[in-house]
Design a binder for this molecule. Structure first.
Ligand SMILES: Nc1ncnc2c1ncn2[C@@H]1O[C@H](COP(=O)(O)OP(=O)(O)OP(=O)(O)O)[C@@H](O)[C@H]1O
Length: 303
């Protein structure tokens, strides 16, 4: 697998504090990489550094196999992005705005209509952008990012301001880009549910630090349920189970057995009963991705 983006100890300090701290990202070709974190985690700052919109305090950015800061012109030519709110000429139509961008990006004529078609703005293309809704503006921003049909597309919270049907459309659009156009997509969001539905890989950032990076499957694997057992003597039970190779961690009134299958649950139960320790309760505690995310970020309230 080709690496399209990698960062090495990427850091950014604003004032006295590190807002992005030693971040090592790896994004492979053809992925939709979800960059997830609560508000203020450092997503936008990281994405800006990938695109030369903010200067790293420390660290290195490699894009398409080259050092970004030594090859920024060539790399930006193969990159499309939408960072924070898109800016437009309100007195011009959607199409005219696209034409301005087309000239800047030296993109072929046919791309303009194709990009407008992808974001479903063909029928609104002759309206002035000042009369566009927020969702239409967001879609025009995505069309502009798509205009050169770049190898790498970077979208910062692209569904912001969209209504539920708009969110669904943009989600489907993003998911189709790797297959249809060979693009690699990075998309940031503070919503786990959104990333879960779009991304094939995930990076989770909080307080400037990358807490998890891997495939969506790897993240989902961490959500195996734990088994909670309550006995009449948890301390003795934990010792006994450990001697049988089963780790049981005390959690309040119960013992938690992480990541074990049904057979091992039966074995644990048998061990306890045979040793004369009454088992009062066995229950399954399902951990969902939300709880893993909260555990990683420790930010329950901001979600
Ligand atoms: N130009 C700047 N000057 C000073 N501090 C900044 C600047 N830009 C960002 N920060 C700070 O850096 C931290 C990370 O901000 P950033 O915008 O990267 O977060 P984020 O994860 O994108 O969150 P959000 O979803 O709210 O935009 C915040 O504490 C923010 O206040």
């Amino acid at each position: 697998m080709n690496t399209i983006v990698s960062t090495h100890n990427l850091s950014k300090r604003y004032g006295g504090a590190y807002r992005v701290n030693d971040v090592n990202l790896t994004v492979y070709e053809g992925e939709v990489y979800g960059f997830l974190g609560p508000n203020g985690a450092g997503k936008t700052t990281t994405l800006k550094m990938l695109l030369g919109l903010a200067k790293p305090t420390e660290g290195k950015v490699m894009i398409l196999g080259k050092d970004f800061y030594e090859n920024s012109q060539a790399i930006l030519h193969q990159t499309g992005s939408l960072i924070e709110s898109p800016s437009f000429y309100g007195h011009l139509t959607g199409l005219e705005n696209m034409r301005v961008m087309q000239r800047l990006r030296e993109a072929p004529d046919k791309n303009v209509m194709e990009a407008l078609h992808i974001v479903r703005l063909e029928n609104q293309k002759d309206k002035k952008v000042s009369q566009y809704s927020l969702g239409m503006k967001q879609r025009l921003g995505i069309a502009m990012a798509l205009l050169a049909f770049p190898k790498l597309l970077v979208l910062d919270e692209p569904t912001n301001g969209l209504d539920p049907s708009g969110i669904g459309e943009v989600r489907e659009l993003i998911k189709s880009l790797p297959q249809k156009y060979g693009m690699t997509v990075m998309i940031s969001s503070h919503l786990l549910s959104e990333i879960e539905q779009i991304a094939t890989s995930v990076g989770i950032i909080n307080d400037g630090k990358l807490l998890f990076q891997g495939s969506m499957e790897a993240l989902q694997r961490r959500s195996t349920p734990s088994i909670l057992i309550k006995t009449e003597n948890n301390e003795a039970a934990a010792k006994l189970l450990l001697s049988g190779g089963i780790r049981a961690l005390p959690k309040g009134e119960v013992l938690a057995l992480e990541g074990i299958d049904d057979r091992r649950v039966a074995e644990a139960n048998r061990l306890l009963v045979q040793a004369g320790i009454d088992v009062l309760r066995i229950e399954e505690h399902k951990r969902n991705l939300e709880s893993i995310f909260l555990e990683l970020t420790g930010k329950e309230k901001s979600l």
